[in-house]
Design a protein around this ligand. Structure first.
Ligand code: ZN
Ligand code: ZN
Length: 100
């Protein structure tokens, strides 16, 4: 019983990819990779497709949504990015006021 508990305490499990780590240090380093990846991952605010780089997202927006002012969007979204994206999803549609 005690041994079991010890093993559990010394095992860190990543919720995002189910990988396990022996030490807190390696676990935290791993989680840092996830947060970096999340930051770098780009989502099209118009159709919610995911892109690995800012460049590929920009190319997508220019071809798929030529009327969309992405720079203007970035200015607004940086203020309250999470809330904005959640509002978009929960309303089930695109909120036009952000894009004009
Ligand atoms: Zn992970
Ligand atoms: Zn799009």
């Amino acid at each position: 019983m005690e041994k079991e508990q010890l093993e559990r305490e010394s095992t860190y499990e990543c919720k995002k990819c189910d990988r396990k780590f022996r030490t807190e240090k390696s676990f935290k380093m791993h989680m840092q990779e996830h947060s970096d990846a999340d930051d770098n991952r780009k989502e099209c605010p118009k159709c919610f497709r995911m892109f690995m780089t800012e460049d590929s997202l920009t190319v997508h927006i220019e071809s798929a949504h030529p009327d969309f002012d992405y720079n203007q969007y970035l200015l607004k979204v940086s203020k309250d990015k999470v809330k904005f994206l959640l509002d978009q999803r929960s309303s089930g549609g695109v909120s036009v006021k952000y894009f004009v």
